[in-house]
Design a protein around this ligand. Structure first.
Ligand code: NAP
Length: 558
């Protein structure tokens, strides 16, 4: 049975997605007075929201599941190599039900503001509906891609058909059969939805501003036997995920790019392109991310594969990116994306040549043509990483606003704490290891670290933790420096904070959003901080109370 919302908690977790689900499990295991506040009407985060056709993992399903429970690993059967949104949501519900987590979650609880109160060292929260509560610690599980952004076209409200952002795809069935549909945007979301709906709709018109490099997902079913094999290897799988930069089973090729002949490189790419998952991106030579020449060669190779798959040569050229090399933006994996353009009912409109001028009552007007649609789909991306933090009015010491502090980009300690914002924890914050890895692998590291910090504090009677300014500056400089060798630093993608629909996020104003050092280095760094008694974090004991040892669940406050 769901518990009533209290006025005081030791920990409040915002967000009941992949991160919040695991985080509340950890606190409940310790017997802590904790709860989850979720703005939506149910759990699941990204997998609750993104219901567009084609939405699925592009991480291998079995590496996306939680690793913390052997029982859970034994019980769950992934049905597809890259599982689809409905199944992923079922999985998260299965986890929540199995561990009785739902009763510790409050839905339809949008947190409007969180103000730190310096005397009591607590966060005071106000919900959208006016309710107020306080908590010693505030954990942000708000997601990295949870603030969708729309283009700013004139007339968007005047359209008489249906229109929605992919993130807000309706919960009820959308009848696409025979419909005239527009999709704006060709990022990871766009390529999934286009490939999935092309065979269903009457006419599909794709409005592409810039083409994106893509590679095939090569999905398939997982049989009982294969699943048994995966189950028997889970320990080994987690070990591999721990040692790879991206938290996947894909390990970079250890050979130097220039150590092998062009023929050998091509043989590798021929194999990887046709294998499932991110191999072509992450099992590749490391130089493709840092060396212009190496990157140009793989880009040329992928362009040749695009030409093989798209029948119309002129159209194929339009689908090949010219302004950035392969893999320097987040690589979308697709099913039937390029082949969709071989269908009679699918048309590509290059809006870099003929820009969209306005949305009309019946469709869209470009500089060349009027289009009529029944449905307009905005696959136009997100105010990534900091956008979901900006949507809560978070104020730390002396009333400083987090949004103001981060106006030119985030600065953090380990991606998990912020100077001036005590007792605020971000297991998957900007500049953390979660932002650029297989997400569950990243959040498990973040959640474990945040939980251990709080246990350390509870056991010693500390009531306030704040990253020092020096530690924050050191970390942010480290994160920034790692961009300097990466070709990614020039890319117009969300890894560098680019979003044409958000003021201040224009190309060239780089935001250092993600940790590029890879999982092993990140884990080593956060563990070192913990081993050195949380060096870089200012810990304050409860006034008048001597440090003491407490049993799990026992709390130091009087
Ligand atoms: P995105 O990668 O940012 O792509 C947005 C697309 O919309 C781009 O093609 C962009 O064009 C276009 N666009 C934006 N504003 C526009 C405007 N005003 N007019 C015309 N076109 C506009 O967003 P996304 O596709 O939603 O993907 C975001 C991230 O979500 C991915 O990188 C990935 O990390 C995650 N994701 C994961 C999965 C998965 O796990 N399988 C699936 C989907 C998404 P420009 O390139 O010109 O800006």
């Amino acid at each position: 049975m769901r518990r009533e919302l209290s006025e005081n908690y030791e920990v409040v977790v915002i967000g009941a997605g992949v991160c919040g689900i695991y985080q509340i499990k950890k606190f409940l295991d310790l017997g802590i007075n904790a709860t989850v506040l979720e703005a939506e009407s149910d759990l699941g985060g990204t997998w609750y929201m993104n219901r567009y056709p084609g939405a699925r993992f592009d991480s291998e399903s079995h590496t996306y599941g939680y690793s913390f429970s052997d029982e859970l690993l034994k019980e769950w059967h992934w049905k597809e190599r890259f599982s689809s949104q409905p199944e992923n949501l079922r999985y998260l519900n299965f986890v929540a039900d199995k561990f009785d987590l739902r009763e510790h979650m409050h839905f339809n609880c949008k947190v409007d503001s969180a103000y730190f109160e310096e005397i009591e060292n607590v966060w005071n929260l106000t919900l959208k509906d006016g309710r107020k509560l306080s908590t010693r610690f505030l954990v942000m599980g708000v997601g990295l891609l949870a603030a969708p952004t729309y283009p700013r076209y004139e007339g968007m409200d005047s359209f008489k058909g249906r229109s929605f952002h992919t993130y807000h795809w309706p919960h009820e069935n959308v009848d696409l059969d025979g419909k005239k549909v527009a999709v704006i945007g060709t990022g990871a979301t766009g390529v999934q939805v286009i490939g999935a709906i092309a065979p269903i709709v009457g006419e599909l018109t794709v409005f592409q501003r810039r083409p994106n490099w893509t590679a095939p997902l090569n999905n398939g079913k997982i049989s009982e036997e294969e699943m048994d094999d995966i189950r028997s290897r889970y320990d080994e799988i987690w070990e591999i995920c721990k040692r790879t930069p991206g938290g996947f089973e894909h390990e970079p090729d250890r050979r130097g790019f220039y150590e092998v002949s062009p023929e050998e490189r091509k043989a590798l790419w021929d194999r990887l392109y046709d294998e499932p998952g991110f191999g072509i991106w992450l099992q590749n030579f490391r130089e493709i991310f840092t060396d212009e020449e190496a990157n140009a060669e793989i880009s040329k190779y992928i362009a040749s594969r695009i030409r093989q798959r798209v029948n119309d040569p002129d159209l194929a050229e339009k689908l090949i990116p010219r302004d950035h090399g392969f893999g320097v933006q987040r690589l979308p994996l697709e099913t039937n994306y390029l082949e969709a353009y071989n269908q009679e009912n699918v048309r590509l409109v290059d809006i870099s040549e003929t820009p969209i001028q306005k949305v009309t009552e019946n469709g869209l007007r470009t500089s060349e043509e009027d289009f009529e649609f029944d449905i307009i789909v905005y696959a136009t991306g997100f105010d990534a990483i900091t956008g979901s933090f900006d949507r809560v009015d978070i104020r730390g010491l002396a009333g400083e606003k987090l949004k103001d502090k981060w106006v030119d980009g985030p600065s953090t300690f380990l991606g998990m704490m912020v100077n001036g914002f005590p007792n605020l924890l971000m297991p998957s914050g900007p500049q953390s290891g979660s932002a650029s890895t297989n997400y569950p692998r990243g959040i498990e590291n973040g959640v474990n670290w945040c939980t251990q910090l709080l246990e350390y504090m509870w056991n010693r009677g500390f009531v306030r933790a704040e990253a020092s300014l020096e530690a924050e500056e050191r970390w942010t400089a480290h994160v920034t420096k790692m961009y300097s060798t990466m070709l990614m630093r020039k890319a117009k993608g969300w890894f560098t904070g680019y979003n044409s629909n958000v003021d201040g996020h224009e190309h060239g104003r780089t935001r250092y959003f993600v940790y590029n050092g890879g999982t092993p280095k990140y884990v080593q760094k956060i563990n070192e901080v913990a081993e050195r008694d949380y060096e870089g974090i200012l810990l304050t004991p409860s006034s008048g109370l001597p440090p003491e040892h407490l049993e799990p669940g026992e709390q130091p406050r009087a």
